[in-house]
Design a protein around this ligand. Structure first.
Ligand code: C2E
Ligand code: CA
Ligand code: CA
Ligand code: CA
Length: 279
């Protein structure tokens, strides 16, 4: 590499340079990941108050050839910036729906709901509704068992467009959960106008609720908001019995967290839920 004179070097701080290079490498690897089949879905169970599994959340994992598993927290923001999330998110939705269609054919599993994360970048596509409906058609997954997890950021701008898309999908049976709830700035009066099925309490509040009164107060108000809007409420990130007991006492009846199970590949889900063992 060319070495520039000292006075012109200030922009090329070696640390920044190294970081830019690492990012560029990750980005070019990410471009190859889908065609090379390096993505996988993990599934994390969602549990009712009786301890029954009522569904799962599908979570992307990237099996990088050199670096092992790269967490979505690392590659999703990058994929959103360069819009690769459109292809990756489409793959995730289709794979999840294919699994959902298998479960639908099995009396012991047909009650399970599949929750899939949707990036705002995907959701804002003009043909997002058509894309989802096409995937439901192609996979023959039951729309009523599909739950799309969206975040409050969708309603910061073009909220009427977002609402219209949600309405069209909910008319076809698709349900919506508002993810990371409590961390954004939802207008409460607007929430009422959305076809939502569920609020998902952000894990930061669940983590702190026994130590921090503010977090506890926020969780209590989310649960009561859900009740008054007649929405389901699920707590994410519960790791201890004490958190679960507190949440149950305060009226939260659905849980997803390490206490019950980490996200797992299909074969390792409890109750041998794998539907693809025969092929
Ligand atoms: P999220 O949608 O809020 O997903 C929940 C995250 O919390 C997951 O991290 C899950 O593994 C983690 N989690 C669940 N229970 C616990 C717990 O008890 N303790 C702790 N410490 N963590 C827990 P993960 O799988 O790393 O995903 C991170 C984020 O990446 C997700 O946050 C979501 O925003 C995004 N993501 C994952 N898969 C997809 C996808 O298919 N599409 C899109 N657009 N985003 C995705
Ligand atoms: Ca989620
Ligand atoms: Ca979440
Ligand atoms: Ca999150």
């Amino acid at each position: 590499a060319k070495v520039a004179g000292r006075d012109t070097l200030s922009f090329f701080d070696p640390e920044i340079q190294a970081r830019l290079q690492a990012r560029a490498r990750l980005e070019s690897d990410l471009r190859q990941a889908l065609p090379r089949g390096e993505f996988q879905l993990y599934y994390q169970p969602q549990i009712t108050a009786d301890g029954e599994m009522c569904g799962v959340e599908a979570l992307l994992r990237w099996q990088h050839p050199g670096r092992g598993v790269v967490s979505p927290g690392e590659f999703i923001p990058l994929a959103e910036e360069n819009r690769m999330i459109l292809a990756i998110g489409g793959w995730a939705l289709e794979s999840a729906c294919r699994q959902l269609a298998f479960w639908a054919a099995d009396p012991e599993r047909q009650h399970l709901v599949m929750a899939v994360n949707v990036s705002p970048v995907q959701f804002r596509e003009d043909d997002f509704v058509e894309q989802v409906l096409a995937i439901l058609d192609a996979t023959r997954a039951p729309a009523r068992r599909l739950k799309l997890e969206v975040t409050e950021s969708l309603f910061m701008e073009e909220r009427d467009d977002a609402r219209a898309k949600m309405l069209r999908l909910s008319e076809r049976g698709v349900r919506f959960s508002l993810d990371d709830f409590g961390t954004g700035y939802s207008s409460l009066s607007y929430l009422k106008r959305l076809p939502l099925a569920q609020l998902k309490i952000d894990q930061s509040f669940v983590r702190d609720l026994l130590e921090d009164q503010t977090s506890a107060a926020i969780v209590i108000s989310i649960i009561s908001l859900a009740r008054s809007l007649e929405l389901d409420v699920i707590a994410e990130g519960g790791e201890t019995e004490a958190q679960r007991d507190w949440l149950t006492t305060h009226g939260c009846t659905r849980f997803q967290g390490y206490l019950f199970s980490r996200p797992q590949p299909l074969e390792r889900l409890p109750l041998s839920l794998s539907a693809t063992t025969s092929d």
